[in-house]
Design a protein around this ligand. Structure first.
Ligand SMILES: [Zn+2]
Length: 269
């Protein structure tokens, strides 16, 4: 998805659980995933960069990133809840930033795979080996060579071709380019074809699923934290989350540290 929609989805999914200051960190962490698409020494080394977008790599790599990012976020909140008051802000900053990186991955799943072409009724079960589609071999991300992107863009018959082969391209095992598959914004080729076929927007569905899944992800993490922490620690956590108050300037001041910490933690996860 493009940044504007990542922001909208994140705010809609999480604003009943977090205040604006926390949302700002989560949102910035989310948008940072797209800024880190190319390698920056010490910041992006050690993990597959494409895996955080369900793109340009295997679904298994993406799924592995998702699991690691989730364990990093849970550890962050546990550390934050156990920290002395004077240090707690730093831990919360990191936790919110990392949560943003995690939910970016979830949101991109719906725009960069053909999941909504295969299941229009429920969100993804997060099991790549046994996904909730008819046949796991159907689930795929777009092919992403610059040459194919170029060919797709200049070929006036491309939309006609994939539309005509809808079942193979969108539901079957034939490869399809990212350009033809993505629901990154309204009116992509995939969105137009879907609308003509089903009368509804694939982008809207991807956005709805991404919102529901983002919300559910926080609920899941929250309930893990409730179990892992003592009652006193958990109540500190709730209090600190509700009263978190750092403005956006701090975010940019500490951005390099937040990125580097996330990277280190992912490598260790
Ligand atoms: Zn992305």
């Amino acid at each position: 998805m493009i940044g504007k929609y990542h922001s909208q989805i994140t705010t809609e999914a999480l604003s009943s659980s977090f205040n604006n200051s926390a949302i700002n960190y989560i949102e910035q962490g989310n948008l940072d995933s797209d800024k880190l698409r190319s390698k920056i020494p010490n910041i992006t080394d050690g993990y597959n960069l494409s895996a955080q977008h369900f793109n340009k790599t295997t679904l298994q790599n993406c799924d592995e990133f998702l699991e690691k990012a989730q364990s990093v976020v849970i550890d962050d909140f546990i550390q934050a809840a156990k920290a002395d008051d004077k240090d707690a802000d730093e831990y919360y900053e990191q936790a919110f930033y990392d949560l943003g990186r995690l939910v970016h991955n979830i949101q991109d799943f719906y725009s960069h795979t053909n999941f909504v072409n295969l299941n229009q009724d429920e969100i993804w079960n997060e099991d790549i080996e046994n996904p909730n589609v008819d046949n796991k071999k159907q689930l795929k991300t777009g092919e992403y060579s610059y040459f194919s992107q170029f060919l797709d863009k200049i070929n006036p018959f491309y939309k006609w071709f994939i539309e005509k082969n809808y079942e193979d391209m969108y539901e079957g095992t034939s490869a399809i380019s990212h350009y033809g598959l993505n629901k990154d914004e309204p009116n992509t080729i995939a969105d137009r074809i879907y609308k003509e076929k089903f009368g509804t927007s694939a982008f809207d569905l991807a956005e709805d699923f991404a919102t529901a899944h983002t919300k559910e992800k926080w609920e899941e993490i929250n309930s893990i934290l409730r179990e892992e922490l003592t009652a006193a620690e958990y109540s500190n956590l709730c209090r600190d989350i509700a009263s978190f108050d750092l403005d956006s300037e701090d975010y940019y001041e500490n951005l390099q540290t937040l990125r580097a910490n996330f990277n280190e933690d992912i490598k260790e996860a």
